[in-house]
Design a protein around this ligand. Structure first.
Ligand code: T4K
Length: 393
């Protein structure tokens, strides 16, 4: 137990935790059930190419997403590549810089210019008014990102896309199991993409999915994620291989079965962080807005250095010394990494001041089934103590 600043690890005290606490520690659902499903796949020798596990996974994902169609993929990056190709995007696409680099890189790989748009600092999502100012005759689409599973300004973006005849797609890598106004988040836009990477709410080791309500788009996506082969075995376009394997299907299905338990644990952790840090100056724990349904997979802390007396980086370093490994997604934002920062004029049409501000202030804290409520309480006490000790740090 730490009694005062001298006990903090940054001042030579013993670290609070013996072993590191991670952000993104996978939720491992029911190992026996995963292995049983994999054994079944081995037994039947159906290992990939639309086996029964992947089919079942696709149906279950569509149900949670609230969409008519789901195509499971090897990861979300490949899913975005397929969706971008299926929608025929070209020229310029408006996208936030405050996202994982995968979102921007997918456009670059397709020969499209990502034009970075600033965000609403309250949600971390695309600012539709700013997006409107970025539309040019070369714009073919808007790619929004539902950061932390909080939905973009879906109504305004739909209006904007409709006015200019633009495709509207969403990177919902963070947002599986989330929703807004009673609708699954996958139902917004022409199509959306989920990630089932190991570090996500529901995981398939590696995995992703494309969801849509558009029958023709679904057919095209299905073909393009399988070298371009349609259901009649004709090649309809330049597809790639983005299929999900049965081993991933086994993990994904089992992880889906544990979803409500994981959501409950996440929600408890999130509530505890919010309650215990509520009166710590300069420390704000993000919460979903009204009408939002969230998986609480991310606990996002915003540090106001003026009020807290220390900035995000110093707080993160002091927590690291205590064996609390926070993450800083998304810092640096996309426009500050290659290849975008070397060619800012192509990608950054207006200053991204709110993106830079938010990126410099946020950090994610450990949550999920990899940490206990007691550990969350100890992390909160550490943060409180570090803010109190800020003048000494
Ligand atoms: N769009 C957005 C908005 C995204 O955030 C992402 C991915 C994508 C698209 C692309 O989705 P995918 O193509 O990946 O499906 C992670 C993930 O690698 C990445 O999927 C994710 N976003 C990104 C936000 O976070 P890191 O750098 O945090 O992961 P890593 O490997 O450092 O792991 C975090 C912590 O978890 C570590 O402390 C170790 C622990 N860990 C990790 C893995 C993978 C484990 O204990 N076991 C594990 O198996 O990137």
């Amino acid at each position: 137990v730490k009694h005062g600043p001298a006990d903090l690890a940054v001042f030579g005290g013993t670290p609070e935790f013996d072993s590191p606490l991670h952000v993104g520690r996978p939720n491992v659902p029911d190992p026996e059930r995963v292995l049983k499903r994999i054994a079944g796949a081995l037994e039947s020798r159906r290992l990939t190419n639309f086996g029964p596990l992947v089919r079942e996974f696709e149906q279950a994902v569509a149900e949670v997403a609230g969409t008519r169609h789901c195509v499971a993929t090897s990861n979300a990056t490949a899913a975005l590549q397929v969706l971008v190709a299926a929608l025929g995007l070209r020229g310029e696409v408006i996208v936030p810089s405050f996202t994982y680099v995968a979102t921007a890189h997918v456009l670059t790989w397709a020969g499209i210019t990502p034009v970075f748009c600033d965000i609403d600092p309250d949600t971390g999502n695309l600012d539709p008014a700013e997006a409107r100012r970025l539309v040019t005759p070369a714009t073919s689409g808007i790619l929004g990102v539902h950061v932390w599973g909080r939905q973009c300004a879906v109504e305004s973006l739909r209006e904007l896309a409709g006015e200019h005849g633009l495709a509207l797609l969403y990177d919902a890598a963070h947002a599986f199991g989330c929703g807004y106004r009673g609708r699954g988040i996958g139902t917004f836009g022409d199509g959306a993409v989920f990630s089932f990477h190991a570090t996500k709410f529901v995981n398939a080791f590696e995995g992703g999915a494309i969801v849509t309500d558009d029958d023709a788009l679904a057919d095209r996506v299905r073909a393009l994620h399988f070298f371009g082969f349609d259901s009649d075995n004709h090649v309809i376009g330049a597809g790639i291989n983005a299929k999900m394997s049965e081993a991933s299907g086994a993990m994904g299905l089992t992880s889906l079965e544990a979803m409500s338990t994981v959501r409950r644990i996440n929600a408890e952790h999130a509530e505890r962080y919010v309650a215990e840090l509520a009166d710590v100056p300069g420390i704000l724990v993000g919460t979903p807005g009204p009408n939002e349904w969230n998986s609480h997979h991310f606990v996002v802390l915003e540090v106001d250095a003026d009020e807290a007396g220390l900035d995000r980086n110093r707080l993160a370093a002091a927590l690291l010394a205590e064996n609390v490994l926070t993450r800083r997604h998304f810092d640096p934002p996309c426009h500050r990494v290659e290849p975008y920062r070397s060619a800012p004029d192509r990608h950054v049409r207006r200053p991204l001041t709110r993106t830079d501000l938010v990126a410099g202030r946020i950090m994610q804290l450990p949550t999920g089934t990899g940490v206990t409520g007691d550990e969350v309480g100890r992390i909160c006490r550490l943060i409180r103590m570090l803010v109190e000790a800020a003048p000494l740090l």
